[in-house]
Design a protein around this ligand. Sequence first.
Ligand code: F6R
Length: 364
Amino acid sequence: EKNGYDHFMLKEIYEQPKAIRDTIKAKVCNGKILLDEINLSPKELRKIKKVFIVACGTSYHAALIGKYMLEKLCLVPVEVDIASEFRYRSPLLDKNSLVIAISQSGETADTLGAIAYAKNKESKIISICNVVGSSITRCSQGTIYTHAGPEIGVASTKAFTTQLAALYLFCLYLGSIKGLIDQKTCKRCLKALEKIPEDADTILKRASELDELANLFYKKSNFLYLGRGINYPIALEGALKLKEISYIHAEGYPAGEMKHGPIALIDSSLPVVILIPKNQLYEKIISNMEEVKSRGGIVIAIAIEGDKNIIEKADHVFYVPKVLNELTPILFTIPLQLLAYYIAVKRGCDVDKPRNLAKSVTVE
Ligand code: F6R
């Protein structure tokens, strides 16, 4: 039941601190990551030459973030595919490849199809899934379960952030096994992950700021979302959330790609949501923001607490707590979920059951 919330989606957005905490708790014991559930021995894991991550929709956005994490922390090449595309190209898989299928429901036909293809190539297959015993878990050698609990709203929220937590745990696990992450670093990273639920709570307490922003923008017919690096997929996810529940046309773009076309869209009526972490790309994204401003665009910045510089440059700022770079996607996504939610409600949309959509897509 909705537990006093107006919609399942809102309830599930608010359940994220618990969902993330439960996912971590299930895999970490006395500061050690236990992932027996993947059914791959350290020896098998060390033999992996390449990783392919396949998924659809929001889970695909988690896959894109997984690539950044795995390449950075585990020094393994990663390809990411939308599941419906994967088996219709000729991905070069073999027995030294690891395929990671990500799915909330575990019943998505395209993702199952991708697994079947990989099986044929004798690759190792694991899944990241939220539903125990679902078809995808049964077709995988092992599964890293997310512990989000049932997700009823059609738009995926808590499943997504727990997928990101699961991917991060897997990276720390694999990186440690490969001797790339020492115990001390692993402990520090785990500590940062364990603080995420508290940081998510901090964001949720500021939800009214996003409700106010929604008041200003809910009548718009277009939105642009920009991010770079590990937060580029969050720009895609923010745009997907908005379009699927509010029916507003929205696009996510890598901010540096703006000048190669989409900048032509910018005028004084266009809201542009820009994700601004404090990392090595900070100066670059600030200059992308200035490109938007100088063409009259309305900038909504999602920035890191303490970044006062942004206040004079952006039209609106929403702050999230400071975290490790690899964990910024989890925090940045929450304000975008809330913004989409409040906009959709103000437009009178059926938030939990958007038109034309089904919670689990069991046809190709
Ligand atoms: C978007 C959304 C969909 C799903 C996609 C994959 O909010 O919910 O894009 O993410 O249909 O579903 P799963 O993860 O169940 O395979």
